[in-house]
Design a protein around this ligand. Structure first.
Ligand code: NZQ
Ligand code: ZN
Length: 391
């Protein structure tokens, strides 16, 4: 196991009706004027936004609002949010929604207290300072509610990049599984896929002797395999949604990723798809992961065989471990298809003729120098081969 530090100071309030405490929590974490940031309207239709405003009003907290965050959140609204916060003297950003709203909120929080262009952070500069951010999560997926990360699409070129820094870890996150019951099944399945991807991207490591985190990841994957179909079958199953919601947080606050190298090639390869075609991140990952895994499998076939046996219940073939490894990848693919995820470029709305463009932005865009690195280092030809496997 590698040396590591782990600092994850988010306060979590989990369970039914917890969102009604939001005003008190904003006060507790130092807010006196709030930006309520939200997406395309699901929180208005569900009545959640009204309850949030009532809670802030009860605590005597003034607020301004900025809705309209799109899935795969855009740089334009971030600039608008930064200007609004400066103009209004906002000192606390409250994200009410999914990963896109939370990531847009984090970008605004960092941009308000920075002299330069906030995109500097999405080009490699660490976020050292930001306004405090609180979240009320409405979809279990991205894990942004407990992560130090934010992913934004730059509208000048339509490419997607991430930024990081402990300063943007949410001060508090309210997780009420009942709020996810209004999700369409497709979005629920996209969230399940993203959570599983966050686990796989950590499982694929080149670090030896990491049994504790291997076992934790396997437990979370088994939980997703058990609870995923239950929630797709019955969207009102609160307990299944509760387990998925906490698994989503655990999968990405890095508790299960410490002390080990991680992959993230599937995420990088997918991000170009959701940036160009505006598909859901989870749906893109459902198509990307099996292709990447088949392509890199021989780098450490026993690691793929291990997850196949321990998580997917495949029979170990000691003479031909690659057979076991492949069976595990196919089990993952079939599981994702069974919950309603796409299986190829066509179902995703992606086009084969765009592959050269996708590869170029992926390996050369925004300061990269011809390859991406992770479990295996992949050059332009590798990435093109992987995209072709998805067709
Ligand atoms: O915009 P509204 O109207 O709210 O609708 C949203 C949106 O259309 C809808 N939705 C959310 N909660 C709902 C609901 N509809 C009905 N009832 C509810 N309770 O679902 C749609 C998707 O929302 P979005 O916020 O985009 O989903 P998600 O949480 O999957 O976030 C995806 C974004 O997170 C990034 C992705 O790249 C993508 O841009 N990621 C962020 C990470 C991080 N910050 O740590 C890590 C991830 O790997 C990921 O890359
Ligand atoms: Zn993800």
């Amino acid at each position: 196991m590698n040396n590591f530090t782990f600092y994850s100071p988010t306060y979590f309030a989990f369970g039914k009706d917890e969102e009604n405490k939001v005003g008190a929590l904003v006060k507790r974490f130092g807010g006196s004027k709030v930006l309520i940031h939200y997406g395309g309207g699901s929180v208005v239709r569900s009545g959640l936004l009204g309850r949030v405003k009532a809670s802030l009003e009860t605590e005597g907290l003034p607020y301004v609002e900025l809705g309209g965050v799109k899935p795969n959140p855009r740089s334009g609204l971030v600039y608008e949010g930064i200007e609004l916060c400066k103009r209004e003297g906002v000192d606390f950003i409250l994200a009410v929604g999914g990963g896109s709203t939370i990531d847009s909120s984090k970008a605004i929080a960092a941009g308000v207290v920075y002299e330069g262009d906030f995109w500097d952070f999405y080009s490699g500069k660490t976020i050292e300072k930001a306004l405090p951010v609180g979240t009320i999560l409405t979809i279990a997926a991205a894990g942004s509610e407990g992560s130090p990360d934010s992913v934004i699409t730059n509208e000048d070129g339509m490419y997607k990049r991430g930024a990081s820094g402990d300063a943007i870890r949410p001060k508090f996150s309210i997780l009420n599984p009942a709020l996810t019951q209004t999700l369409p099944p497709y979005q629920t399945a996209c969230g399940i896929t993203d959570i599983m991807a966050h686990l796989y991207e950590r499982y694929l490591t080149n670090t030896k002797e990491v049994e504790v985190t291997d076992r934790l990841i396997e437990a979370l994957l088994l939980t997703m395999i058990h609870e995923g179909p239950r929630v797709i079958e019955n969207p009102d199953n609160y307990d299944a949604r509760a387990n998925i919601m906490w698994a989503g947080m655990m999968a990405h606050n890095n508790a299960v990723g410490v002390g080990r190298s991680q992959d993230w090639n599937s995420h990088n390869i997918e991000h170009e798809l959701s940036a160009l075609y505006d598909c859901a991140h989870g749906a893109g990952l459902a198509v990307t992961m099996p292709a990447v895994f088949h392509y890199v499998m021989n780098h450490d076939v026993m690691r793929f065989a291990k997850v196949a046996v321990r998580v997917w219940g495949c029979q170990m073939d000691f003479d031909h471990p690659e057979v076991t490894a492949k069976a595990g990848i196919e089990a993952l693919r079939n599981f994702l298809i069974s919950i309603g995820m796409p299986k190829n470029f066509a179902e995703l709305g992606a086009k084969e003729e765009d592959i050269p463009k996708l590869v170029d932005v992926l390996v050369n865009g925004n300061g990269r120098s011809g390859s991406i690195s992770g479990f295996v280092s992949l050059n332009a030809e590798d990435c093109a081969n992987i995209y072709r496997l998805m067709v």
